[in-house]
Design a protein around this ligand. Structure first.
Ligand SMILES: [Cu+2]
Length: 386
């Protein structure tokens, strides 16, 4: 069993090994055809497609401005965000990356570390050291650490034409501070995983929606919370962590490793309720049901799947121990049982999730947050509201 450690507890040689493995993947050939340039970029592309589908004009060129067709083909699928599959989808993404990193490092025990942002909040300390993630960019290019500048870490896929890492710690007015331990506890105390309308609706206070960050704890003055807040805090006003290509910043995986840890912790804390919902398929929202394969690529755009192996459902990944890893913060073992709580759902359709969106590639993440914080609830899903 592999142990995923708190990044602040890594030794210097563990940090070096992790960085080297990332760099090796960045130099390994893509297996996801088309159209990325390295194996690392395959993961960026999978994530980009899950948030945003664009036509890539020339698969041999980096996906930057001029090589992407932004037309009515462009749409925002809801395979992995603003929906129940948020946790299991990212769990599978990390699990696949971890196994690639293990191969690259020739170390079957190599694990993605997690960044507990409720504790490690300093801008000038781990994980932002010169021998690990590098530092802030003050809303501009990152200039320190192993990923500074195009020469060290070139972005092949980006929505905005930027080819290097950009960060702006705490520079977005909606995200001047990171989530607190109290906010983390509040999310973990929610007694149900998710519920109708299974969306990013601001009023939906499910464990998933609050931890993803579209819902904030009652009484909180935040515009956004938890997972979203961390993306915004790192990205600032124009950083790499904001658009659909956010896995370009390697800290993405440390962040999502912590998010994944929270799902495991929530399951341990609420062992009497379903570890995941919904049980039945949601009409119009594919890849969300307990036994439904999650979606990792658009078959119209890519001729091969991003990774080998059978289709993966939320059920397949709900118990992380069965995937062969644990967290160093675990004190009790997570149950390995079937979901027992059934429920009835009315299949619902969200036309918003299907129709093409006119939205700047640069801003879709931030803009959505701004919409929500200004009180504009999404249309659809509830009866009579179209
Ligand atoms: Cu994501």
């Amino acid at each position: 069993m592999v142990t995923r450690k708190n990044q602040s507890a890594l030794t210097a040689s563990e940090r070096a090994q992790y960085i080297n493995a990332l760099k090796a993947l960045k130099k390994s050939p893509s297996q996801f055809n088309p159209p990325t340039t390295s194996r690392y970029d395959d993961f960026v592309y999978v994530h980009m497609q899950a948030m945003l589908i664009m036509k890539i004009i020339d698969p041999t060129k980096p996906v930057r401005n001029g090589n992407v067709k932004v037309t009515s083909d462009m749409r925002m699928p809801m395979w992995a965000h603003r929906c129940p599959a948020f946790f299991p989808w990212h769990r599978e993404l990390l699990h696949q990356l971890e196994s690639e990193l293990q191969k690259a490092a020739q170390n079957p025990n190599l694990a993605i570390p997690y960044w507990d942002w409720s504790v490690d909040q300093r801008k000038d300390a781990a994980p932002w050291t010169n021998d690990f993630m590098g530092g802030d960019g003050a809303d501009g290019p990152v200039t320190t650490g192993p990923f500074a500048g195009k020469a060290n870490w070139e972005l092949s896929l980006s929505e905005d034409g930027v080819d290097h890492l950009v960060r702006g710690f705490g520079r977005d007015s909606m995200a001047t501070s990171l989530p607190t331990p109290n906010e983390l506890t509040q999310a973990l105390n929610i007694s149900f995983y998710d519920k109708s309308p299974w969306s990013d609706r601001k009023s939906l206070g499910s464990f998933r929606n609050q931890t993803e960050g579209w819902h904030v704890a009652p009484g909180s003055s935040r515009a956004v919370g938890m997972h979203n807040l961390v993306h915004l805090w790192v990205g600032g006003t124009q950083g790499t962590m904001l658009p659909s290509t956010s896995p370009n910043d390697p800290v993405f995986f440390l962040h999502h490793c912590n998010v994944d840890r929270l799902w495991a912790q929530w399951q341990a804390q609420h062992s009497q309720v379903a570890p995941y919902l919904p049980k039945a398929a949601l009409s119009g929202d594919p890849g969300q049901a307990w036994n439904e394969p999650m979606i990792f690529y658009d078959k119209n755009l890519s001729s091969t799947p991003p990774w080998l192996g059978p289709a993966v459902t939320p059920h397949d990944v709900a118990d992380h121990h069965q995937l062969g890893y644990r967290y160093d913060s675990e004190t009790t073992s997570v149950r390995a049982e079937e979901m027992t709580v059934g429920e009835k759902e009315n299949p619902e359709t969200d036309p918003l999730k299907q129709r093409p969106l006119k939205i700047s590639p640069r801003d879709h993440f931030r803009r959505r947050l701004e919409e929500l914080s200004s009180g504009n609830e999404p249309k659809g899903k509830s009866a009579g509201n179209h």
